[in-house]
Design a protein around this ligand. Sequence first.
Ligand SMILES: *Cc1c(COP(=O)(O)O)cnc(C)c1O
Length: 346
Amino acid sequence: MSPIDLRSDTMTRPTQAMRAAMAIAEVGDDQFGEDPTVNCLQERAAELLGKEAALWFPTGTMANQVVLRLLTRPGDHVIVSQGSHAFWFETGGSGANAGVQLSEVGERGLFTAEDVLAAFKPRGHQFYPPTTLVEIENTHNRSGGIVFPAEEAERICRVAREHDLATYLDGARLWNAAVASGRTVAELARPFTLVTVALSKGLGAPGGSLLAGSRELMTRAVRFRRMAGGAMRQVGILAAAGLHALDHHLDRLADDHAHARDLAKFFQSCPGILLDPASVQTNIVVFDTRPPAPDAPTVVLRAKERGVLLYALSARTLRVVTHLDVTGDDCRRAAQILVDIVNEGE
Ligand SMILES: *Cc1c(COP(=O)(O)O)cnc(C)c1O
């Protein structure tokens, strides 16, 4: 029997229907702007996100790097959330590719306009690196898929505009934030200069992210995308998967959220597990094990032997992610196995 894979929502495999859509996709050379399926997806994404234009990227990490090239200069200072993807999961790309310095602000993925003002460094100062960009991650991966409060995001963007800072919404899981908060992705993206969304996470496509913003910025982004090696050819095959996902996999994200809540409820009844139920807002559950329960790497090893895959974020912190390829029954079985392991102790 194949394992129940709760490591990430990137583990989803394309469904038969998605493969069928990919097989019949019309394609052309995207570097000449001639892939009709990519063009269609870009237009659809721009409309959904309420921006002038959108641009296809093979990965969200590349889009994040290109955003830095577009909105900053080497030596600039960029404000990001504590535990952000930019800081933790891009192998130092911000320094290597854009030459910028990142500061993590706030706590557990959230921060306030006041935090921005406290970290802000003015341009033209004799000593300071000038702050030119603020990044928000919504939902926040490392903090357990929490939704960034929309009102605070608007305040932050207002303060940023007043100080001539650009703003960027890393919305790899913005779809989840929209479903959880009952707002549209356009509403959540409205105050930001640029926004990205992923097709390869909860939506279940095999790849692809979209960057959206003004037409002028998207035109400039084409150069940096090529510089990063991300200009592709008949990529309509992947774009077709993205279009299929937008048609068929958006509304069902609510199921993933319900499964995550079920998992969390199960974990809460286990004294060896520390879990903040308020952090379970979308499809990610982050929890700690408390001694004498085994540490995170031990839980991962033992769970693997029993057919459950999950991810250790640190010595005592674990993450499970629900998605298209796990059912409610799978989640209940996995929860029982994990609770058993924790109860068995070291
Ligand atoms: C996954 C993720 C990315 C990067 O996406 P890839 O397509 O895996 O490179 C960026 N930001 C956040 C918040 C993510 O969760």
